[in-house]
Design a protein around this ligand. Structure first.
Ligand code: FES
Length: 110
């Protein structure tokens, strides 16, 4: 698979609550949340293990910058294996961390 391609719409960004990229992007378009933490209102995304939180912020940042199709670069398989390691070690390392940098949202949650 081309590593520069993004996740597919039905790939899960929040693996704990099985929330797809499509659901999150539609939530961003519909609700236009001022802070990334409000994405938790979309089926609880980000309220489990915490792995997906930087990616939710990344999608939110893209949305705030006006990108019509916020995306996460890399395969769902790499994403899932990065999360499995995160749950084992509590650390974000390996290819997943490089391809999916944790970026702050476009607005502070404070
Ligand atoms: S993957 Fe989203 S909280 Fe665990």
């Amino acid at each position: 698979m081309d590593v520069e391609s993004g996740m597919r719409p039905d790939d899960h960004v929040c693996l704990c609550f099985r929330v797809s990229k499509r659901k999150i992007v539609n939530y961003l378009r519909r609700e236009d949340p001022p802070v990334a933490s409000l994405i938790s209102e979309c089926l609880g995304a980000g309220t489990g293990c915490g792995w997906c939180v930087p990616y939710l912020k990344h999608l939110h940042k893209q949305h705030c910058e006006g990108q019509p199709d916020p995306d996460i670069i890399g395969s769902a398989e790499d994403y899932a294996s990065g999360r499995a390691k995160f749950r084992e070690t509590g650390e974000r390392d390996g290819a997943g961390a490089e391809k999916h940098p944790g970026e702050p949202g476009c607005s502070d949650d404070s």
